[in-house]
Write a protein that binds this ligand. Structure first.
Ligand SMILES: Cc1cc2nc3c(=O)[nH]c(=O)nc-3n(C[C@H](O)[C@H](O)[C@H](O)COP(=O)(O)OP(=O)(O)OC[C@H]3O[C@@H](n4cnc5c(N)ncnc54)[C@H](O)[C@@H]3O)c2cc1C
Length: 487
């Protein structure tokens, strides 16, 4: 907002808006010879310019200094230029942003933590509703926590851990709680406490017309936001979460293997799958094949560690190096998994959810040999299962993958844009191998623009339910991104 102060700018837009409204109404009434009642109805349907108060919303365009900062996303591969960015500070600000978009006939894209793998929280030709400045948190006496949706994971951990509370969610510091929860959300604590969305008790949501909804209990809208809410039919501004007593310690076990051949990597993977079956629900395991180097991570936070030790010992016997970390206080331990906190070039995508190893046995040799022979390609399998696979949680959410105990992902990171083409080509080759082999179930939070049947891959049997909610909340498809739900 280079040349105006906030209030001047708000006035300017409001005045411009009134002009537009008067013109539209006059024009419409001149054209039609309808009865007064019909004209009234018509007027009602014509979007009007909302009053944009700076305590609720600031609107930016390309010439504004703040605009550049607000277009930055975690994935540097996407550098989009929206027509407007609405930086919102309150739910009313989000309402005004949506009404402004309706008035200007712009599509709306939602941004919280900005970590979408495929740049789904920005656009080149619409309005971004950016809630990342909305960071209030409020504890309730029953230890539930209301958070505004601009909060990122490390802010939540910083608030919860000193109070000995946790929420089962992801590990990377700068991921937004909103995007993570609305697509499901999993991490170290999920096998015991469920997905992040399973702890979601209520929400405040602004729909495609700018109406506010407060949803809790058995609400169909709340259910749709547990696994199907990412930028599809509303902008969530507040979330209330149940929290849990934090464990006293956290421990990590690691096995490493180097210069792997396909045969050896496959043996390690089979062993990994076999032993994950007996892990306690307090444990999490990941198999991370980065080129020819393997890291297996097993974590646990309870003294029931028989299954963990069995797995560690079996893998240690066929690895090159193995270490057991000390029992560390949770806050300090979690910080070691915070990851990179500044924007980077990368391509990540789901590589399928599996029931067990047999599901990928027919293509895994090919996959491993491609990963081993390609620079910078990472294939990772993570454990889900445990209490994620709960019938009660299933009934209250639209996350369709609960019966899959394994979630895999492909990753590639690079430093210079010139490296992108070759990285993406190798990435696609591995994806094609999985696709040909019939791997189709994918996690919504690990999206890929190239997934052919993305709607069923992400939402499975819940797709009709989600389309119904879209029809109810956003029939004009105001809120959208390249893979959003359509009516
Ligand atoms: C480094 C990294 C680590 C990750 N680790 C994990 C992990 O451990 N566990 C896990 O489950 N996932 C993980 N993810 C995936 C992560 O859950 C998704 O990328 C998630 O969508 C990011 O949310 P965000 O708010 O940061 O992103 P954004 O880019 O802001 O949004 C992502 C999507 O959600 C929509 N959205 C955002 N805010 C709202 C809102 N308020 N209302 C409605 N729709 C909204 C956007 O439109 C977009 O489609 C990780 C991703 C990265 C990049």
């Amino acid at each position: 907002m280079s040349n105006y102060n906030r209030r001047d700018f708000a006035k300017l837009v409001v005045l411009g808006g009134i002009g537009y409204t008067v013109f539209s109404c006059t024009d419409a009434s001149k054209k039609s010879k309808s009865t007064p009642t019909e004209t009234e109805k018509e007027k009602e349907a014509i979007p009007t310019m909302p009053e944009l108060l700076p305590e609720n919303i600031k609107l930016y365009q390309k010439a504004d200094a703040e605009y550049q900062e607000l277009t930055v996303r975690f994935n540097k591969r996407f550098q989009q230029s929206p027509t407007y960015i609405a930086q919102c500070f309150t739910t009313q600000g989000v309402v005004d942003a949506v009404k402004f978009a309706n008035f200007k006939d712009l599509k709306v894209v939602v941004k919280s933590g900005g970590h979408s793998f495929e740049g789904f929280s920005s656009t080149n030709d619409g309005l971004v509703v950016d809630v990342s400045a909305m960071k209030k948190m409020e504890w309730k006496p029953d230890h539930s926590l209301i958070v505004e949706t601009g909060c990122i994971l490390k802010e939540l951990y910083n608030e919860m851990l000193p109070k000995q509370r946790i929420l089962p969610s992801g590990s990377c510091a700068t991921v937004g709680i909103a995007g993570l929860t609305l697509g499901g959300g999993y991490g170290f604590f999920s096998r015991k406490y469920g997905l992040t969305c399973d702890s979601l008790q209520s929400i405040t949501l602004v729909d495609g017309k700018g109406n506010i909804h407060h949803e809790s209990g058995t609400s169909a809208i709340l259910k749709a936001c547990k696994g199907g809410g990412n930028g599809n039919f509303g902008i969530v501004t507040k979330m209330k979460f149940r929290t849990y007593q934090a464990p006293n310690f956290f421990q990590a076990y690691r096995c490493k293997a180097y210069k792997l051949t396909t045969e050896r990597a496959k043996e390690l993977l089979q062993t990994w799958f076999r032993y994950t079956k007996n892990l306690p629900n307090t444990a999490f395991a990941a198999f991370v094949l980065n080129g020819k180097t393997l890291t297996v991570l097993i974590t646990n936070y309870s003294s029931d560690n028989k299954g963990v030790l069995d797995m560690y010992n079996a893998l240690k016997a066929i690895s090159d190096k193995a270490t057991i970390g000390s029992k560390r206080p949770l806050a300090r331990a979690l910080q070691t998994f915070y990851g990179v906190q500044h924007p980077i070039y990368f391509k990540n995508a789901c590589a399928g959810l599996y029931k067990d190893f047999t599901q990928i046995e027919g293509c895994i040799d090919d996959v491993i040999s491609k990963v081993i022979s390609s620079r910078g390609l990472i294939y990772q399998v993570n454990t889900l299962g445990g209490n994620i696979n709960s019938a009660a949680a299933e009934k209250r959410s639209v996350f369709p993958h609960r019966s899959y105990p394994y979630l895999s992902e492909l990753q590639s990171y690079w430093d210079k844009p010139s490296q992108e083409a070759s990285r993406l080509a190798a990435f696609k080759e591995v994806q094609d191998r999985f696709y040909k082999h019939g791997i189709r179930a994918h996690y919504r939070n690990y999206p890929d623009i190239n997934f052919k049947d993305f709607e069923t891959s992400y939402y499975g049997k819940y797709l009709p339910e989600l389309k119904q909610i879209k029809k109810q909340l956003d029939p004009d498809n105001r809120i959208q991104h390249p893979q959003s739900i359509t009516v």
